[in-house]
Write a new protein. Structure first.
Ligand code: ADP
Ligand code: MG
Ligand code: MG
Ligand code: MG
Length: 401
């Protein structure tokens, strides 16, 4: 990585000018850093002339952006992200920003500008509704997960694919910050003091910790399909009509339920946050019902598309054995519930919180939402093995509310 340097806004403009066919020669380019994530720099580069084009530059730093150089992190993540975006676009066309250019030395991705889209998390706090989202994200999940699994690929090809997406440093972040640190007294935790006794009960719950240990083992050992790996609502950009998935730098071969669980966990964190954001009971229940219907529809789209792909394309010799498809989907459902539960709890107890809850300014009101999120999270983990349909997930939420 000898040629690596972090680009200034001006250097990014110069770099953009030199990419063949990206901008016309007389373009008036301006650059603005717009990154709001924890890890990387994101530049918006625009030709200022009327109807001029724009692109996004995303550059990885050799360390974690929000922490600084005391926490080094591999630049390899930019290669993983760029290859994952290209593959996801092949497997599920138009579901991600187009990659125009990738520079391995600079750990730089030049991609389609989605500035007319909004980060979904923000839209959900504003109680926006997205009628096409379940169909679009359910299809993304079914296609990217099925088509990269042993069901659809030869075992040789699949293992080669898995080898090019080993992502040990980023997986280690998830292993620590999703599965380990939040579940004991660790200095990285950062929870609302008003929920200290709820957190203490989680730390003392050995039945729960046993189930989290099993889920963590699944994350570390179960290379079922190529995952996005960080599919929260801050990695989804939406308009009223359309959905795009961004930021797959955590991509690796893992259990399918981890990605589906990430989407569901973040919809449920938003659900819990409306305990604070939406005091009017009728308005709150209406939006929470919308979120639960969205979750059911996502799963139903996922399941229907996954079964259709299986029936049409499965290569696995056992694919037609009676009961195998049903059992496979039941396992995904149970993993989905378990991983959703872990992710909900870690966003309340651990280092990285979600703005859905953080933007509730009254700590007492926030504690109400956080406590609901922790209750739902625990029950999803504990009850997952008895679940046979998406309604079982919804019932856990309704019973906890
Ligand atoms: P990080 O890995 O640091 O979290 P992200 O890929 O999530 O970086 O990008 C950070 C932010 O930059 C996003 O929340 C979004 O606001 C903006 N962004 C990223 N990619 C695009 C894009 N293709 N088009 C428009 N905005 C983008
Ligand atoms: Mg991000
Ligand atoms: Mg972000
Ligand atoms: Mg990221």
């Amino acid at each position: 990585m000898s040629g690596y340097r972090t680009l200034t806004e001006q250097e990014a403009v110069e770099y953009a000018r030199n990419i063949p066919n990206l901008f016309p020669e007389d373009a008036r380019l301006v650059s603005r850093e717009i990154g709001d994530g924890n890890l990387n720099y994101v530049f918006h580069i625009k030709d200022e002339r009327p109807s001029g084009k724009s692109v996004i530059f995303k550059q990885a730093l050799p360390y974690v952006r929000v922490i600084g150089d005391s926490w080094p992190l591999t630049l390899e993540r930019a290669r993983i992200e760029s290859e994952a975006l290209i593959l996801e676009d092949q497997l599920c066309p138009s579901s991600v920003p187009k990659v125009y250019h990738h520079d391995t030395e600079l750990a730089l991705i030049v991609m389609e500008d989605l500035s007319v889209y909004q980060i979904m998390r923000k839209g959900l706090v504003e109680k926006k509704r997205y009628p096409n989202f379940p169909k679009q994200i359910g299809t993304f999940l079914a296609r990217t997960l099925f088509l990269t699994s042993d069901l659809a690929m030869s075992p040789l090809e699949k293992k080669q694919k898995a080898a090019s997406f080993t992502n040990p440093e980023l997986c280690n972040i998830t292993e620590n910050f999703v599965f380990t640190y939040p579940f004991h007294d660790h200095p990285s935790n950062a929870y609302n003091p008003l929920i200290a006794n709820v957190v203490q009960r989680i730390w003392n719950n050995n039945e729960l910790k046993l189930e989290i240990a099993k889920l963590k083992e699944g994350f570390m050992t179960r290379g079922q399909a190529l995952l996005h790996g960080d599919l929260h609502t801050g990695s989804i950009m939406v308009t009223e009509e359309d959905t795009k998935v961004i930021d797959p730098e955590f991509a690796y071969y893992g259990p399918m339920g981890f990605d589906i669980g990430a989407v569901i966990a973040n919809l449920l964190l938003n659900y819990a946050a409306h305990e604070g954001h939406t005091p009017d009971l009728q308005e709150r229940e209406s939006y929470q019902t919308y979120l639960l219907e969205t979750i059911m529809e996502i799963w139903n789209v996922f399941e229907n598309e996954f079964r259709a792909l299986w029936n049409e394309k499965a290569q696995e010799p056992y694919a037609k054995v009676p009961g195998y498809q049903d059992s496979y989907l039941q396992n995904i459902l149970q993993d989905t519930a378990g991983y959703a539960g872990c992710k909900m709890m870690r966003r309340v107890i651990g280092l990285a919180h979600v703005s859905d809850l953080e933007s509730i300014t009254d700590p007492k009101l926030r504690a109400k939402g956080e406590t609901l999120a922790l209750t739902i999270g625990q029950e999803l983990v504990l009850q997952r093995k008895t679940m046979t349909s998406i309604k079982d997930i919804v019932n856990v939420v309704v019973a906890a509310t």
